[in-house]
Design a protein around this ligand. Structure first.
Ligand code: HEC
Length: 103
């Protein structure tokens, strides 16, 4: 049984079936970024202001890839900037996950 678990873990790592979660410390930093910075355009509570709502209801129908690409590269011609120098790819994925799930 233990062997089986190890094998599964190895498979997961090699095929990256699970995106690596940011450390607890980074999770706190990213949540602070949302509250302090993203909220500047997306509204207090992120329910939309100059930028669209980032609440789970608003994002539910949008593809993860679209949201990931938007946060990573920004959107040309809009106020939405690229966050690639602040957030690692796994962090952007995690962030989209918490926004979509409302957690
Ligand atoms: C300077 C203002 C500004 C800041 C700061 C900002 N955004 Fe945005 N964001 C926008 C605007 C405006 C749009 C809509 C762009 C468009 O018209 O397509 C947008 C779009 C988005 C979208 C796509 C939403 C959708 O419905 O398609 C996501 C996701 C997003 N922002 C996340 C973030 C996150 C996460 C942060 C903080 C790390 C952030 N934004 C910070 C202005 C901002």
């Amino acid at each position: 049984m233990l062997k089986m678990k190890k094998l599964l873990v190895l498979l997961c790592v090699s095929s990256s079936c699970l995106a690596a979660e940011p450390s607890a410390e980074r999770q706190t930093e990213i949540r602070a970024l949302l509250q302090n910075t993203c909220s500047g355009c997306h509204g207090v509570d992120l329910h939309g202001a100059m930028g669209p709502s980032l609440k789970s209801e608003a994002l539910a129908s949008k593809a993860d890839d679209l949201l990931i690409t938007t946060i990573t590269n920004g959107r040309k011609g809009t106020a939405m900037a690229s966050w690639k120098s602040t957030l690692e790819p796994d962090e952007v994925k995690w962030l989209v996950g918490i926004l979509k799930s409302g957690k």
